[in-house]
Design a protein around this ligand. Structure first.
Ligand code: ADP
Length: 259
């Protein structure tokens, strides 16, 4: 009996080991697939602005642009595309810093609602020019200990996604408040939503849901992974609630500073 029991136990342990190994291999394959999609996305994102810059610069250089007005337009395109390139390179560099835990955060008392408001101020023009309506419901005195730049990076990434993944219903609701001894910030859109099966992967690095033409070649799959790292370093949590075709709400929870 003892032997039989032992054999059974060994078998269970063995099966468990095989299952664990299988799960790990599956995860590795998934990450490798994400990575190759990432490389092709990023190559596209880098190549497009680069070829636009060289094309317009060459045309200008050859003196083929007759009017000052046209020249001005071309300079504008060059500078806009250069900014796009800088943004994507910064995002990748920033991500590797954060992922390697190399970024040092300077934690200070920050008012969460003020930090959100500041970002919204710089976004007003961008939101309005794209036809978005937004509201901000704020609670006062939400003091947390945070690195303000990193915190605003979180807000920007979630807000950018709300813009990127909205279709015709261009409404974004932003809210700050308290939940127990934590402060929260939520950003809700009425966009394309995320299927339940994808929700567990969206915080993985490189992961992107195939959304057809919408936002094609407009992402790296690094944003939410970066957000998750930053929030974790602030002892916080991020949650997603979403329904396909209806919209998405991301909520970030951060501990309130002890008075
Ligand atoms: P990306 O650079 O692709 O936007 P993220 O890491 O920021 O990368 O997001 C990962 C994926 O999660 C996106 O590719 C998208 O499919 C999905 N996603 C993120 N935010 C939203 C949102 N607000 N609505 C719908 N889908 C979203």
């Amino acid at each position: 009996y003892l032997n039989l029991g032992l054999i059974l136990l060994l078998n269970i342990v063995l099966l468990f080991g095989v299952w664990l190994a299988f799960k790990n291999v599956k995860k590795e394959i998934r990450l490798a697939e994400n990575k190759s999609v990432f490389v092709s996305n990023v190559s596209h994102e880098i190549r497009t602005p680069l070829s636009l810059i060289s094309m317009f610069a060459e045309t200008l250089e050859m003196g083929r642009v007759p009017t000052q007005e046209k020249r001005q337009e071309y300079y504008k395109i060059i500078s806009k595309e250069a900014q796009r390139l800088t943004a994507i390179v910064n995002k990748i560099l920033n991500f590797s810093q954060v992922e390697a835990n190399k970024s040092s955060y300077i934690l200070k008392a920050v008012d969460l609602s003020d930090a959100v408001e500041e970002v919204l101020k710089t976004y007003t023009y961008h939101l309005e020019s794209k036809g978005f309506k937004y509201s901000f419901l704020r609670e006062e005195n939400l003091i947390i200990e945070a690195d303000k730049d990193a915190l605003q990076e979180v807000i920007i990434n979630v807000l950018d996604n709300a813009i990127k993944y909205s279709k015709d219903n261009k409404h974004i609701e932003i809210q700050t408040g308290t939940s127990g001894n934590r402060a929260f910030m939520s950003i809700r859109d009425r966009g394309i939503g995320i299927a339940l099966k994808d929700q567990k992967y969206i915080f993985d690095k490189f992961y992107r849901v195939s959304t057809g033409d919408l936002a094609k070649g407009q992402g790296t799959g690094l944003g939410l992974s970066l957000v998750k790292h930053i929030i974790a370093r602030h002892n916080g949590k991020i949650k997603v609630k979403s329904e396909l075709g209806k919209g998405t709400t991301f909520t970030v929870y951060l501990p309130l500073k002890q008075q």
